[in-house]
Ligand binder design. Structure first.
Ligand code: GAP
Length: 461
């Protein structure tokens, strides 16, 4: 149980903590930092990988009719014409006439409580913008003198393989990871012979030229998505959609997010081909509730488009019955979920003597380091004997070995990064072949025989 409630937590503090402890760094920091890009540090990459493992287990390993995939990021440029990204993947942007700072008009209108989104036409958005211009201020200079809102395409272009001409067709970085699944639908059908319905799951990078990247990992220009696409017979979508919604909600609870910090939000404005769309939102400290995952009923749009643009028939043959499958999608932003997990786990409490203890209350399966091995002293053979235990346990678990500062200080350091167990080798250990195991949340300690440690942790990790 956390002591701090969401209202007691400040995102600014969590961002500083993430940097200080080696979870997340700004990209290219020594050059002043590149907006909208972040690097995961030594502890961050462990936490990120543990979130991915949990997702993969739930969506691939535990599901007999779901298949895993890892597709290339570069794709034939026609993919993005078929998907509608080259023509319609844009956000409404306006520029401050005084200092040229760009703003995202739909987000500014939302801040005023006006329902607006990127799916509106330029005309619709400009009407709302004009009615509210005086209330919208430039983030940099405070002026309200903006250009008209214009659709700004978010695809990131590359010149892959273009060494000579200036006019060749650009190759795009993926605007969404799921297109790799649609492109491999036929390969999976032909190689794995699935029965319909079936799912394909993938974790992949996406890139968007966001007009105003903001809120740390929440809106970045490079990010990772964990997607599932579930292929069903036409009109056999409703039951599967409800099942998928239930499972995705439960996964977040299993990850340790509290149900009070999660909520559903149904889309009011659907894209023209979708038949239903829901977001799962998380209550971020300081930012409030916002989307971490989208669950979309995309009908037969994607495979119909790729059939049209590629000329390859992507219909499914179910014992002689041919049809283009409908697709139910789940798409989660890993950076956003990482930030939700870190925010949820971040806690402080006052312990004996009025001391404040910072503790990251991560679920054990997510903790970057599972066991810290601490020799009481570096001398008298304690270090060497403790290191032997480290070598043995690190065969199975991600362990750390720390032999500087007092044991009390070392415990606090491990609490801060969420290590669930500390193990101390002291002078008595030489006599009784036992160590002290101390638990992160309760701080309770027990003496365990060294020969029983593997069994002890096998029951807990
Ligand atoms: N294929 C569907 C799709 O891409 P989306 O709602 O645009 O749908 C899915 O994105 C998820 O990706 C979002 O719920 C969010 O978690 C994450 N996401 C989208 N844009 C992002 C950005 N600029 N930075 C970080 N995460 C982002």
């Amino acid at each position: 149980m956390n002591n701090l409630k969401v209202k007691d937590k400040k995102m600014e503090e969590i961002v500083a903590f993430a940097k200080e402890k080696g979870f997340v760094f700004q990209s290219s920091e020594i050059y002043g930092g590149l907006a909208g890009a972040y690097d995961f540090g030594p502890l961050g990459v462990e936490l990120l990988n543990n979130i991915k493992k949990s997702w993969w287990k739930a969506n691939v390993q535990k599901k007999p009719n779901y298949y895993g995939l890892d597709s290339a990021m570069f794709k034939d440029p026609r993919v993005w014409d078929a998907s509608g990204h080259t023509s319609g993947f844009s956000d409404p942007m306006a520029e401050c006439k005084k200092c040229n700072t760009r703003i995202r008009v739909d987000k500014e209108l939302e801040k005023l409580g006006i329902s607006a989104d990127e799916k509106m036409s330029e005309e619709e958005i400009n009407k709302l913008f004009d009615e509210n211009r005086d209330k919208i201020k430039c983030h940099k200079c405070g002026s309200s003198d903006f250009s008209e809102a214009k659709a700004f395409n978010l695809l990131v272009k590359s010149n892959l393989g273009d060494f000579t001409s200036k006019e060749s067709t650009p190759v795009y970085l993926p605007g969404e990871a799921c297109q790799g699944i649609y492109l491999n639908y036929k390969n999976i059908v032909d190689s794995m012979h699935p029965k319909i319905p079936f799912g394909v799951a993938q974790i992949g990078k996406a890139f968007r030229n966001e007009i105003s990247p903001r809120n740390f990992l929440f809106r970045t220009r490079e990010f990772e998505q964990a997607d599932t696409q579930f292929f069903v017979k036409p009109n056999e979508n409703k039951e599967a959609f409800e099942r998928i919604k239930r499972e995705r909600w439960q996964w977040y609870l299993d990850l340790g997010l509290s149900k009070d910090n999660l909520k559903w939000s149904q889309h009011e404005n659907l894209v023209f081909y979708a038949s239903d769309a829901w977001d799962i939102e998380y209550n971020f400290p300081t930012y409030g509730f916002d989307e971490i995952e989208g669950i979309h009923d995309r009908t037969n749009y994607d495979l119909t488009q790729h059939t049209k643009f590629s000329g390859i028939d992507l219909s499914f043959n179910d014992n002689g019955e041919k049809f283009i499958p409908w697709i139910l999608e789940t798409s989660m932003g890993l950076g956003r979920v990482f930030l939700a997990v870190l925010s949820e786990a971040y806690d402080k409490e006052v312990i004996g003597g009025g001391e404040e203890r910072k503790v990251l209350r991560l679920k054990i399966e997510l903790a970057p380091v599972k066991i810290a091995i601490l020799p009481l002293m570096k001398k008298d053979g304690l270090r060497e004997n403790a290191f032997e235990i480290f070598e043995k346990l690190s065969e199975k678990y991600n362990c750390t070995f720390a032999d500087t500062a007092s044991v009390g200080k070392r415990y606090r350091k491990q609490d801060e990064i969420g290590t669930p167990f500390c193990l101390t080798y002291d002078y008595d250990s030489k006599e009784d072949d036992s160590v002290t195991v101390r638990k992160r949340d309760s701080m309770a300690q027990e003496r365990i025989k060294i020969k029983d440690l593997e069994q002890y942790f096998a029951n807990k990790l």
